[in-house]
Design a protein around this ligand. Sequence first.
Ligand SMILES: [Zn+2]
Ligand SMILES: [Zn+2]
Length: 322
Amino acid sequence: MKTRAAVLRKAGTPWEITELELDPPKANEVLIQMEAAGLCHSDEHIRSRGMARLPLVGGHEGAGVVVEAGPGVTRVKVGDRVSCSYIPVCGKCRYCSTGKQNLCDAGKWAGVGCLQDETFRFHQNGEDFGGMCVVGSFAEYSVLSEWSCVKIEDYVPMELAALVSRGVTTGFCSAVYAGDVRVGDVVVVFGTGGVGINAVQGAAWAGAKHVFAIDPNEWKHRPDPRPARRHGDLHRGRDGQRRGQGRRGHDGQGGHDRDHRRRVLRDGAARRHPDRVPQEDAGLAVRRRQPAVRHPDDPQPVARGPHQTQRAHYQDLYARRN
Ligand SMILES: [Zn+2]
Ligand SMILES: [Zn+2]
């Protein structure tokens, strides 16, 4: 079959939209109709510096629907909605089964873009095109190893699934797992690009007391029209009103530290039992998960009702789009 794709033939040149031949899936491979792709700075690194085998189809963050499955495929089936892992993981080797999927041998062709049998599925005039990280999500259709596919639920919007396929999870988990952020920690995140800003979110989710996001790009410093908060103002609310310090605990003791601990406990409870949290507390819990820094061109986040759980939020978002 044929598919349109954004390809790179030479480092330092722009992405080129072209039509490629696409082979059908072989054993343990699937044909994916891509519905969403994320543009990560790694794509830009390859475009500007050629840090992979060229020519290649760009894109390693993607989500789509399985439209054809090759022989022996067991992980997904035709019709499944999937998020594409930015490296294939077998799920069975020593590393995969001990939570270190990033070390799976199946990821060794990420920089080449060929499938596990070392052949390519994209071609043009006899020339083989790799897919970035063996995904190649900048194509309308792509053939992937089934090991690159993670089945997702119907209510997860494709554009979010595409982001979770790499950048969001990398940043979030660098704070929550690699950094092991604990309640009350002070966290510093250097660089607030796609990965960094999700490290900020991960640290906030894990209960960090303060998260300092440091970035040399000036446009990221005050993208939010609400008043900026300096260190001394950390306990001012977004409305500029002083929070915490002026209030005392029930016994008249304790300042903002005590309030902070209570908020953290409440937020934890809100995550575990979203339906049981009182209205005003639930509102507070979800507010903390909004990104601290937004690009001025990004859409405003969708307001969530106080009782909406994460799942309901995505269902709602999905319903509004369709
Ligand atoms: Zn990336
Ligand atoms: Zn493995």
